[in-house]
Design a protein around this ligand. Structure first.
Ligand code: CMP
Length: 139
């Protein structure tokens, strides 16, 4: 079924000027952008976005990193969007990411890993709603 996932182009990729190249790969893979904006998270907002990870040792660093510079946030639509997008971006750690994936090409480290992708339909909806109201997305 056609469904949606949520992504962020993270501060490393945004800052390196790789957003356009990453969006081109996303569109060429058949995803439609149904919401998008450039924004910058505060540490508090990053903490809220990633609160499921708050018990993890990397949580404080992750929140500092994700609020260190501008990002693009977007909602993407495709058949089987969550799973297909995770295939396109590759493993969380770029050292483990398959050839040709966005993280293999653009990520610098497990933290500065170029892009975020939702891990379930439920989280895709929660994460999309975190950034976009109804007037800011294609219904
Ligand atoms: P993301 O898909 O945005 O979801 C959680 C993020 O935490 C993940 O990408 C990584 O950037 C980061 N992350 C996951 N594991 C680690 C780790 N072991 N060390 C540092 N950052 C991590």
């Amino acid at each position: 079924a056609t469904n949606r996932t949520f992504t962020m182009i993270k501060p490393d990729a945004f800052g390196a000027g790789n957003s356009g190249a990453i969006l081109k790969m996303i569109e060429e893979a058949g995803f439609k952008v149904v919401a998008m904006k450039a924004t910058k998270l505060t540490p508090e907002l990053a903490g809220k976005f990633y609160e499921v990870h708050q018990a993890r040792p990397f949580y404080a660093d992750l929140c500092a990193y994700m609020s260190s510079g501008p990002i693009f946030a977007a909602i993407l639509e495709k058949d089987n969007a969550v799973e297909e997008f995770r295939k396109l971006i590759g493993a969380t750690n770029p050292a483990d990411a398959a050839e040709g994936t966005i993280r293999k090409i653009f990520a610098k480290s497990i933290e500065a890993n170029a892009v975020h992708g939702s891990d379930s339909d439920e989280n895709a909806a929660i994460e999309g709603n975190f950034f976009f109201n109804q007037a800011e997305r294609v219904l």
